[in-house]
Design a protein around this ligand. Structure first.
Ligand code: PEP
Ligand code: MN
Length: 358
């Protein structure tokens, strides 16, 4: 596959491409107020708003649909903004085209479903509207590539990928783990495919966004998509991660813009990429340790209530025996794992001791 560069889609897009706007289009007034304030930020060249919101549970704000497309049409005319909306099926796509949306994006929950992506691609045959494809919810690079291929096979070369992080079961500091090695691998396979980072959905909170956005720019990503609402505290979706346009401006001013476009991920510092992977693995390990301690506390409480001794020789021997076997099977050093088990066991005894003597 060969792709057109971002700046050829909708000249004169500024690079890196900055996409901003609310998570969801809630009302005409909300869009107008937000657009007016975003107009003061010169770097923003594409206005985003979701008109159909894919919510995890029902009875949440699900977007205003076609009505919102009419509002966005007015925003387009009044402020001269190019506009991008999410489409999740053929019907959405037909309507977005009918209302002259400039760029479409496919959301993470849609990329996972080849049937939906194909029906969108079928509507897009012969239509050269740019499409941005978000990564699927889970860390499946092939599925991401597959969705891009379906759009490409419809005859469209104006495609970008959006990296929005990956769902992880358990607590992490991110709403969606970035797993930077996945977009890096995508870029390595398709060096001319533009990749845009969505730090809002990776972070899930305003505090983390600057750090994630800077990382994306350091890697040479081609743009950022950041959610912005004129008053985030009343946002009907993703309130915690949206910036007011004024807050967004402060964040953007602090970002160090690398020479994107000329930098390729694969030309970047390989060692740095590998270190980022280690950072993420350590984050996983620490989250697992935290969960382990929580279970140990429950065990400690149980033992206290039932007057059971903390140290149980049988259980400890069984742990050492089974973990050594697992180590052999996984090709890990037995000695290393035994040492680790000792450490974990010591900490487990300490935590339970504290509890018993409370
Ligand atoms: C969004 O951009 O508001 C959205 C729903 O994102 P995602 O598909 O990444 O969850
Ligand atoms: Mn959102």
């Amino acid at each position: 596959m060969q792709f057109e560069p971002l700046h050829s889609w909708l000249p004169p897009l500024k690079m890196p491409l900055l996409i901003a706007g609310p998570c969801g289009a809630e009302s005409y007034e909300q869009l107008r107020e937000t657009a007016q304030q975003l107009k003061n930020i010169e770097a923003v060249s594409l206005f985003r708003a979701g008109v159909w919101k894919p919510r995890t549970r029902p009875n949440a704000f699900e977007g205003k649909g076609e009505e919102a497309l009419k509002w966005l049409n007015d925003i387009q005319k009044e402020f001269g903004f190019k506009i991008t909306v999410e489409v999740a099926n053929a019907h959405h796509t037909e309507l977005a085209l009918k209302y002259g949306m400039d760029v479409l994006w496919i959301g993470a929950r849609t990329t996972v479903n080849p049937f939906s992506v194909q029906e969108i691609a079928d509507v897009l045959k012969g239509v050269n509207v740019p499409v941005m494809v978000k990564n699927p919810i889970h860390a499946d690079l092939q599925l991401w590539i597959g969705a891009i291929e379906r759009i490409y096979n419809a005859g469209n070369k104006n495609i970008a990928a959006i990296h929005r992080g990956f769902h992880f079961y358990g607590k992490t500091k991110y709403r969606n783990k970035p797993l930077w090695q996945i977009p890096i691998e995508l870029k390595t396979l398709f060096p001319d495919l533009p990749i845009i980072c969505d730090p809002s959905h990776i972070s899930g909170n305003r505090e983390l966004i600057p750090h994630v956005a800077q990382k994306a720019l350091d890697l040479g990503m081609d743009g950022l998509m950041i959610e912005s609402h004129f008053n985030p505290s009343i946002a009907l979706s993703d309130a915690e991660q949206q910036y007011s346009p004024a807050q967004l401006k402060v964040v953007l001013d602090k970002l160090v813009i690398r020479n994107s476009g000329s930098v390729n991920f694969d030309q970047g510092d390989q060692l740095d990429g590998l270190r980022k992977m280690i950072d993420e693995i350590d984050d996983d390990i620490m989250n697992a340790l935290k969960r382990r301690i929580q279970v140990i506390e429950d065990i400690g409480k149980y033992k206290k209530e039932h007057n059971i001794a903390i140290f149980q020789l049988n259980r400890w021997q069984e742990i050492l025996r089974s973990r050594s076997q697992w180590a052999d099977k996984m090709g890990l050093s037995r000695q290393h794992i035994e040492k680790l088990c000792q450490l974990l066991h010591e900490e487990s005894i300490r935590v339970q001791n504290d509890l018993m003597n409370k």
